[in-house]
Write a protein of this length. Structure first.
Length: 89
């Protein structure tokens, strides 16, 4: 394979990974900041085991279990903050 062909393949893979990472980032943003319906749909995608989630993560070059673990920590922290706020009201 020539050097130019190899560089083109690498550039396409990089662009594709950036696209899938953007999809994940958009979904996480909808989960955190979106309207209630989008939050619920994003949460379902991010936390309920399905093949699409794994495919998107793999395409983005992200370990699906690692991402979900990190998101679980955020969700736990949000839950703790909501409980603390409810106690103060």
């Amino acid at each position: 394979m020539s050097m130019n062909m190899l560089q083109n393949v690498e550039a396409e893979e990089t662009a594709e990974r950036r696209l899938w990472r953007a999809v994940i980032a958009c979904t996480v943003n909808e989960w955190v900041n979106g309207p209630l319906r989008q939050q619920r749909e994003a949460e379902q995608f991010l936390f309920i085991e399905n093949e699409d989630y794994r495919t998107v993560c793999d395409s983005a070059g992200i370990n699906p279990e690692d991402l979900r673990s990190r998101l679980e920590k955020i969700r736990s922290r949000q839950s703790d903050e909501a409980k603390a706020a409810a106690l103060h009201n």
